[in-house]
Design a protein around this ligand. Structure first.
Ligand code: AMP
Length: 185
């Protein structure tokens, strides 16, 4: 559990940018958390402690801000890191999932062998994967990413976000357990 003091450090390190990328959206800017060594350490210590006993094999981070937190955590836990990328960026054979945006569609993909052959880890069972991103809003992006992980034979054991926009209710219909470090109601 974060102490109220630690929670204050994290909330204070995330900057609100009104009307970005379009009018009416308040963009939660985590670049100010990344450039604040005290806040970044509080966050990564907290995540390391939470996930140390999960028996994870991989951490999958969502393009692009999920790469930053995911790669740091993977290194701390001594497990592999897998990027879930926007369409067209990965060089080898991929599987992909479309998801709807407010207007139109977007698509994420992973390498077919991202978690080993058939998603089976060295222990002989489906690889245990933690999905991570900076923020969950409607949940469309993360849901597509979790689907991909399971589609290639691995197991998405939890989805983790630094910040959850709780008033959008994404966790209610989410296919995996959801953990958010901070929630805005
Ligand atoms: P969603 O698919 O609606 O859950 O949107 C999540 C993705 O969009 C994440 O990769 C976020 O980084 C980004 N995102 C959505 N809304 C915001 C916001 N208000 N501030 C910052 N990033 C956002």
């Amino acid at each position: 559990m974060l102490t109220p003091h630690e929670q204050g450090i994290l909330l204070g390190a995330i900057r609100d940018i009104p009307d970005f990328p379009k009018p009416g959206i308040v963009f939660k800017d985590i670049t100010t958390l990344l450039s604040n060594p005290e806040a970044l350490k509080v966050l990564m210590d907290h995540l390391e402690k939470r996930y140390a006993s999960y028996g994870l094999d991989y951490i999958a981070g969502i393009d692009a801000r999920g790469f930053i937190f995911g790669a740091i955590l993977a290194d701390r836990l001594g497990v592999g890191f897998v990027p879930v990328r926007k369409k067209g960026k990965l060089p080898y054979t991929t599987v992909s999932q479309k998801y709807s945006l407010e207007y139109g569609f977007d698509e994420v993909e992973i390498h077919i062998d991202a978690f080993g052959d058939g998603g089976i880890a060295a222990h002989g069972n489906p690889a245990n994967v933690l999905l991570i991103d900076d923020l969950i809003a409607t949940g469309g992006t993360a849901k597509a990413a979790a689907t991909l992980i399971n589609q290639v034979g691995a197991k998405c054991v939890e989805s983790c976000f630094i910040l959850e926009l709780g008033f959008l209710g994404a966790r209610e219909s989410f296919p995996t357990p959801v953990y958010s470090v901070l929630t805005l109601d």
